[in-house]
Design a protein around this ligand. Structure first.
Ligand SMILES: O=C(NCCO)c1cc(-c2ccc(F)cc2)cc(O)c1O
Ligand SMILES: [Mg+2]
Length: 221
């Protein structure tokens, strides 16, 4: 049977990347997806915005919704300090399996836990089953119509604290209008838009950062 695009991305990483070097895995995927086959990785332009927000968050526990091939998990995990971790949720079993191998090649398997299933099923398990108290950083990059309900679910499960930082991909393309409506009208969140472009394309896109109760966090220090 023909290989999938995601399997071909893994082949390219496995053949071209330097084992244990996250930067070389990132560069290999960006090269492959800009030169051969477009794929829905966050990419290097939006990836630089992701990097900056992760550094600002300096998370002990980070959550990603939408692993895909593991590209953004590697971007996030390579910036995490010792004894900190990234949990990433992926519903597609093939994507989860490919991501596991690519994250292994990057040498980041110790820092990244891939949770296979639907976000609405896994989020309520994070506290008890995955020993999460609260999440310092959440990257939303899964089904765009799940951004708003899953943000509400994170709140309902008590997983967000004062100062928790959310970052959402694809605010313009494919777009997440319900999420934008919800988060920008919610007084508990301070929102910032980061204009950019769709990965590997000249099409406009943007990322949205939302900080929970920022003032309260600031007053604590
Ligand atoms: O659906 C997406 N992610 C969740 C997957 O489970 C997604 C899609 C696209 C995209 C697709 C088709 C097109 F024509 C343009 C963009 C881009 C992205 O960055 C994405 O994250
Ligand atoms: Mg995306």
């Amino acid at each position: 049977m023909d290989q999938s695009k995601e399997q071909r991305i893994l082949n390219s990483v496995s053949y071209n990347a330097v084992k244990g070097d996250p930067e070389s895995v990132i560069n290999c995927i960006d090269k492959y997806c800009s030169q051969y086959e477009w794929a829905m990785n966050v990419g290097d332009e939006k990836g630089t915005i992701l990097d900056k927000v992760v550094e600002e968050a300096d998370p002990s526990v980070a959550l990603e919704l939408g692993t895909y091939c593991g590209y953004s998990a590697i971007r996030i995990a390579r910036l995490l300090k010792p004894n900190t971790r990234l949990l990433t949720i992926e519903f597609n079993p093939e994507f989860a399996s490919i991501a596991k191998e690519i994250i292994e090649i990057a040498g980041l398997s110790e820092k990244v836990t891939i949770l296979e299933g639907h976000s609405e099923d896994i989020i309520p398990q994070l506290k008890k089953k995955y020993e999460v108290e609260t999440l310092d950083f959440v990257f939303l990059d899964h089904w765009k119509e799940r951004y708003a309900p899953d943000t509400i679910l994170l709140e309902e499960c008590g997983l967000l604290r004062k100062g928790s930082i959310l970052l959402a991909d694809n605010i313009i393309y494919p777009g997440a209008p319900e999420f934008i409506k919800y988060i920008r009208s919610n007084k508990r969140f301070e929102c910032t838009s980061y204009p950019s472009h769709l990965e590997y394309m000249k099409v406009e896109d943007a990322m949205e950062k939302a900080v929970k109760d920022p003032g309260a966090a600031a007053m604590l220090f």
